[in-house]
Ligand binder design. Sequence first.
Ligand code: AP5
Length: 226
Amino acid sequence: MNIVLLGPPGAGKGTQARLLVDERGMTQLSTGDMLREARQSGTEMGRRVADVMDRGDLVTDEIVVGLIEEKLEADPGGDFIFDGFPRTLAQADALADLLDRRGLRLDAVIEMQVDDEALVRRISGRFTCASCGAVYHDETKQPRKAGVCDVCGGTEFKRRADDNPEALRTRLMEYYKKTSPLIGYYHAKGRLVRIDALAPIPEVAERVRDIVEAPRAALDEPAHSL
Ligand code: AP5
């Protein structure tokens, strides 16, 4: 099963992807995480994308398609969660081609629907474990023991440089201009499944699980909403 999690910044793509990794052993391919890793390790590419990311603009298609291709080379088996990729029509075409060449298919594209007001609240309260990247929120998801990561026991937490009001405005504009056309693209291909991602995390997880567990034939029906 290969799926795309499609949604604006703060829709909960990373949160749901991590749950699928833990529960089902799927492989999360987050281009945002890959780019942040490249920045942290100080590669030439990481330096080139730093300003673009901090502003909230999209990195070039060439760079992100290259990153995904490298991961698919390293792990040809499938069972992928594409998190934050594709984000443009050119990236969607490239993904179709990359999967096709490996005899893989995209089973479902889950559009996570959330209103802008909730996105601002989610992004402004987000923090992550500095060691393992587990995602938390000031109001909705605090670690069980204050100051200690539930997953790895780490005690250092950080906030993202692009989680500020100005960059968030740009990220949202980029989403509506360049990424939202993918909703029509995947609907036309019969791959789109919409979910209400405004609900609490466990309920959203339940909806995602229903899709991942649905028989392939059900996902091949033309219009879905689970
Ligand atoms: P990326 O890292 O992909 O960021 P994003 O798409 O803006 O998404 P986020 O990570 O902000 O949000 P999310 O949907 O994963 O939400 P999360 O689960 O964390 O990309 C960063 C940058 O990299 C881009 O701006 C761009 O520059 C570049 N980039 C990346 N991919 C690219 C590509 N393909 N092409 C070009 N450029 C690319 O949740 C957010 C918060 O809400 C958390 O605190 C969480 O605890 C909370 N939360 C989650 N779900 C719920 C819920 N149901 N109820 C209440 N709270 C919730």
